[in-house]
Write a protein that binds this ligand. Structure first.
Ligand code: FEO
Length: 385
């Protein structure tokens, strides 16, 4: 697959993977991207996960058509990208490695210590001329890991963006799934904690005209570049992406879940966009992504062992690790003799910046009754105000 006349995609799809990073379920696989820049000097951009070494080596060899790469540029050493480095370096012993100084220092951790002698450490603003193409290196520490850098190819205005602008899902020719859904899941769950470093990278990127973004996962982005930049600006600044309500609930016997669904109906009937997540059944990563997507979040949970339903505790923990902030929160609690869920959820949310809370908190004693249904209606009204 050609990205431009002289940039060729040589990455691979992984359709067999069940959990990305050992925790995120993949319903449509994931791609590990790699590109070749063909010029007087040839640069290979990143390797791939060791799960796909053989297929990747074959892709590279085919695209090289008898030539040899002069450089491999390593933007990110995490094993989903660095996993095949040793294999490619053995295959092309003359090839030099180009990476950040931090990446060089980390090589040995992955068993690649012997490659350090072949590595050139680059820093912010360094360039590498390939002939017509010139790569400009920009350091992007913590745009997932500390050793990350991105590179900008000047002649064709291509940004090789490492994990940034990636998405879950294998690359398919006729993929008509909206980019933002899988990209949001990917960004919030994988990179979401590091909004500040992403903002820094966006500011650096804004200084250059960009025609194409080549990320390490998902398709190369070739049109409406501002759309992708704007999404990343929203996500990394923790601003709500759209108006809407996530109702996330944990329920022992179904009564809290019933209240969550009644509230959802009340809001939907008023024209609101609503997502409902059963935290014990829906995957946490989907609920986390929706919490960052919408401007309002309702947390509905049973009391459990004097605290809150464990899946809700886990959900709030996940939100906090991703720097959850700038949202309006409503609470629904259930407790048959000593409701403690609302108090516990409030305590767990302490430390999140810029949260506002609805005045109406719903308390259910086992099952909904007239009083708690009235509280639900009052909460719906407040959320719609
Ligand atoms: Fe796709 Fe941070 O690795």
């Amino acid at each position: 697959m050609r990205i431009t006349d002289s940039i060729v995609y040589v990455g691979v799809n992984d359709l067999e993977i069940d959990l990305f990073e050992g925790q995120y379920p993949m319903h449509d696989g994931v791609s590990y991207n790699s590109y070749l820049i063909l010029d007087e000097k040839i640069a290979l951009m990143d390797s791939v996960d060791a799960r796909k070494t053989k297929e990747w080596l074959a892709n590279v060899e085919k695209a090289l058509d008898g030539k040899k790469p002069d450089y491999i540029v390593v933007h990110h050493l995490e094993p989903d990208h660095g996993g095949s480095l040793m294999d490619i370096c053995k295959k092309y012993p003359e090839m030099r490695l180009v990476m950040s100084a931090k990446a060089v220092s980390m090589l040995a951790q992955f068993g690649f210590g012997e490659l350090a002698g072949r590595a050139a450490a680059v820093k912010e603003g360094d360039t590498l001329s390939l002939g017509r193409h010139t790569l400009h290196f920009m350091m992007a520490p913590m745009v997932h890991w500390p050793e990350v850098m991105v590179s900008y190819e000047e002649s064709e205005q291509v940004l090789f963006s490492a994990d940034a602008f990636g998405k879950f899902g294998a690359i398919e020719e006729d993929d008509d799934e909206p980019w933002a859904d899988e990209a949001r899941e990917y960004y919030i769950n994988i990179v979401g904690k590091y909004g500040g470093p992403v903002q820094t990278l966006l500011k650096k990127a804004a200084a250059r005209p960009i025609r194409v973004i080549c990320p390490l996962h998902g398709p190369a982005l070739t049109e409406n570049i501002d759309y992708y930049l704007n999404k990343y600006n929203t996500w990394s600044s923790y601003a709500p992406e759209e108006k809407g309500v996530l109702i996330a609930y944990g329920t022992l016997h179904g009564n809290t879940g019933k209240a969550a669904r009644i509230l959802a109906d009340l809001l939907r009937n008023a024209g609101e966009t609503v997502a409902v997540m059963d935290l014990a059944r829906d995957h946490m990563s989907h609920a986390v992504a929706d919490a960052f997507r919408f401007d309002r979040v309702v947390l509905a949970a049973s009391t459990y062992d004097g605290g809150v339903f464990p899946a809700m505790e886990s959900f709030i923990h996940h939100l906090k690790t991703k720097s959850f902030q700038k949202r309006k929160i409503a609470l629904i609690e259930n407790g048959s003799w000593a409701p403690m869920a609302a108090k516990t959820m409030l305590a767990l949310l302490e430390g999140c910046k810029d949260l506002s809370f609805c005045e109406n908190t719903v308390t259910i004693k086992s099952t909904l009754n007239e009083a708690s249904e009235a509280q639900l209606h009052a909460l719906a009204k407040e959320l719609l105000a």
